[in-house]
Ligand binder design. Structure first.
Ligand code: SF4
Ligand code: SF4
Length: 739
């Protein structure tokens, strides 16, 4: 594209008082030959913006450099259309507000930041959104239980075509076997009827909502708005194109046969909660041992949950399910003795009122760890527990029935390392029956990184506990309900509604060629210069979202609508052939090369800071907003994710004579904060390779440093930057200065 550069420097917000604006303009018009360079006392005001617009329409300016406030603010004001390129130079927060005014070093910093912006603007191309033919806005829902039906119904009500696939012959899922529900509406201390029939009727009769029953997913290929879904049904196969997918395949109860210590499998009258539910639903609550009516019962909560030997997590719904089942007994006969053995009663919110009512109803609550369930010699069962407070053993009265509140295992974990049916140590692995649900055959994704949704923890396919709490690591695929996290019915309804909204967002954004969160609205996407690809597969392996497939020769096959635009692939590619129109290895390399590096006798070291745009860069801005001051040898380069850092930038910087390189990225590890899941972790791994570059150049390893920083740690900015500057000052200047 033929570009005409317009440079606009703001003198408002204290910039004009702190900086020599004419000298800055001289950099633009002199060194960069900018044909248009204007100053404005308030660039974001009506007059300032009108001036820019008149240059665009009258002078043909199509490449804009706005030297003013942080690019994180005034985004709607400085928006001049997708056919222009624009670079914002942060002179306010990161220069004038965080450094002494009218100071030589502050001015040098401002001039360098402007040079860097001018260089980048000169290399950027206008963005053209990725558009393909036959983009679909249809939403596929897999699983016809409460969450699946709710998601499908809500999306259809919002006007979207929906396809719902259910593996059994009717809708309902786990709810089919549920007698009543604990109430999420007043009166909270009473139980309510299951909403299943009404919901299933609504779903089956809703226009635009197509239901496949006795159907499974044979294969899903493609990408958001371009998913091709093969549905296996009655020996045949149907194909549907979908824009987004909601996975609502639920969970299964924890395998009670693994709870022998609680008497399951040993005593016929020790049953799991789903069995009791079915008994009440069928209207026949009898002892399995002899078919006699149940006259007394005990519940054991956390049966397998919150136990490192079984399910380390809280299954979230079983306390309230047991309270509900205790209520069944009291509703049937208020005189029935009922015991509840618990570690904690987790009846949050209004469920507390049901708990309180049961106390009034005469249910015996015992806080203790159950140590045994034994026959009392008459066929009845006695429970022994260690009292949580006194540590002394407590014995229950003899009861007819013991009910284990088994936890939930997400279908996304079945057959995977975290298995409900995992063999114990020393046991042979059981053969998996052909019709078993395994995580890997629910969606059958044709993704190079595997057929299932990657799990975050315990087999749950959530993708990020801070940034995307309702998403998976497969763009456009949203787990909902108890497959996403342990939850009760009412939360599953909320979750499913949220997933429907996420799916709608996805089809709306992607059909306009725009990225989803966290770079929502971004229309750039990675392009591959395939002639130089060596089929090393790093990009296909390292993309955190599995966006890139591979052909049989190992060539990457990008799927732009799966892409989150993080640039991790760009950082990974040793051949440097992956680039965005507004972000590339060469572009940032040239930005670095255009920093003015004073020679070694000037005692002015130069440090580049590659700062993650999601956390570190805004933290630096916030430090500036709070007028915290820090060293002025820093030159800030925002990066989409530290994982997009290509090692060649380090080599470029050191060869240019830059004295130190500071990488500021998000926390990684178990409680990682990286917006692109593992980008900062990959940057950390790549750091080990930086040593080779430093050794080759015979430079000290301390010149390159990675610091983890979260957005809320802006108070640490002066300390982190100044400490690194002090370290660099303590070394000799980079000997490559002047080459
Ligand atoms: S930019 Fe990020 S999400 Fe997109 S293909 Fe590259 S690594 Fe994957
Ligand atoms: S990382 Fe680069 S060279 Fe390697 S396969 Fe991907 S595009 Fe090709």
């Amino acid at each position: 594209m033929e570009t005409k550069l317009g440079v606009y420097i703001c003198t408002g917000c204290g910039l004009g008082d702190a900086l020599d604006i004419d000298a800055l303009a001289g950099v633009a018009t002199g060194e960069y030959k900018a044909p248009i360079c204007r100053q404005s006392p308030c660039l974001c005001g009506a007059e300032g913006v009108a001036r820019i617009q008149s240059d665009i329409s009258g002078e043909g300016v199509n490449a804009l450099v706005i030297a003013a406030c942080s690019p994180r603010v005034m985004t709607d004001v400085f928006e001049f259309g997708p056919d222009k390129v624009m670079e914002r130079v942060n002179l306010r927060e990161q220069v004038a507000w965080s450094h002494p005014p009218n100071d030589e070093d502050t001015q040098m910093m401002a001039e360098d930041q402007l040079r860097m912006g001018l260089t980048k603007a000169g290399e950027m191309q206008p963005l053209e959104p990725f558009m393909a033919e036959d983009l679909s806005r249809r939403i596929l829902v897999v699983g016809g239980g409460l969450a699946g039906m709710t998601a499908a119904n809500e999306a259809a009500k919002a006007g979207y075509e929906v396809v719902l696939v259910e593996k059994t012959d009717e809708l309902g899922g786990y709810l089919k076997d549920v007698y009543k529900l604990a109430s999420s509406q007043p009166p909270y201390d009473e139980l309510r009827a299951s909403p299943l029939d009404e919901l299933a009727r609504e779903v089956s009769g809703r226009a635009g909502l197509k239901v496949y029953t006795q159907a499974t997913i044979a294969e899903i290929s493609g990408a958001p708005c371009l998913f091709d879904v093969k549905i296996r049904q009655n020996g045949g196969e149907a194909v549907e194109r979908a824009g987004a997918i909601i996975m609502a395949t639920g969970s299964v109860p924890y395998d009670a046969s693994r709870l022998e210590g609680l008497g399951f499998g040993k005593h016929a009258d020790v049953i799991a909660a789903p069995q009791l539910e079915a008994m009440f639903k069928a209207g026949a609550v009898t002892r399995p041992s002899n078919g006699e009516p149940v006259t007394s019962a005990a519940f054991i909560l956390c049966a397998g949950s919150r136990d490192p030997e079984h399910l380390p997590y809280c299954s979230a719904a079983c306390c309230v399910e047991s309270l509900k089942q205790a209520k069944y007994f009291k509703e049937a006969n208020p005189e029935t003795p009922v015991y509840v053995f618990y570690k904690d009663i987790r009846a949050n919110g209004n469920y507390e009122l049901l708990y309180k009512q049961l106390q009034k109803d005469g249910v015996f609550f015992v806080r203790g760890t159950v140590t045994s369930v034994e026959d009392d010699g008459s066929g009845a069962l006695v429970i022994t527990a260690d009292d949580e407070l006194t540590r002394s053993p407590i014995l229950s009265e003899s009861v007819d029935l013991v009910v284990l509140a088994t936890g939930m295992v997400p279908t996304s974990a079945l057959g995977e390392p975290y298995k409900a049916t995992a063999p114990k140590e020393g046991e042979e692995a059981a053969e998996v029956p052909a019709d078993t649900i395994l995580a890997s055959n629910i969606l059958n994704l044709q993704y190079r990184q595997g057929p299932e949704l990657p799990a975050l923890k315990y087999g749950y396919p959530d993708s990020h506990f801070v940034c995307f709490p309702y998403e998976s690591r497969r763009t456009g695929i949203y787990p909902a309900g108890s497959v996403r996290a342990p939850m009760d019915y009412s939360r599953a309804v909320d979750d499913a509604t949220g997933a429907a909204l996420k799916a709608i967002q996805c089809v709306e954004m992607v059909s306009q060629g725009k990225a989803l969160h966290p770079r929502a609205g971004d229309t750039s996407y990675p392009e591959f210069f395939m002639q130089r690809c060596t089929q090393c597969k790093r990009c296909t392996e390292e993309c955190p979202f599995g966006a890139i497939n591979e052909d049989e020769k190992g060539n990457p096959l990008p799927n732009p609508t799966r892409c989150r635009r993080c640039g991790v692939c760009m950082g990974a590619c040793p051949e440097r052939i992956i680039s965005f129109k507004n972000y590339s290895v060469a572009m940032i390399g040239n930005v670095i090369k255009n920093i003015n590096v004073p020679d070694e006798y000037d005692e002015k070291p130069r440090i580049i800071v590659l700062a993650c745009e999601n956390d570190a860069y805004p933290a630096i801005d916030m430090a500036g907003i709070r007028r915290l001051t820090f060293n002025s040898w820093m030159r800030f380069i925002p990066v989409r994710c530290l994982g997009s850092m290509n090692l060649v930038w380090i080599a470029d910087a050191l060869s240019k004579g830059i004295d130190g390189i500071l990488l500021l990225g998000c926390k990684h590890g178990d409680d990682y904060q990286c917006h692109f899941v593992k980008g900062s972790e990959l940057a950390n791994i790549r750091m080990t390779k930086i040593q080779e570059t430093l050794d080759r150049l015979r430079l000290e390893s301390e010149r390159v440093h990675l610091e983890q920083l979260s957005i809320s740690e802006y108070n640490r900015i002066p300390e982190v930057l100044d400490a690194f500057a002090a370290r660099i000052e303590g070394m000799d200047p980079n000997p490559y200065k002047g080459f």
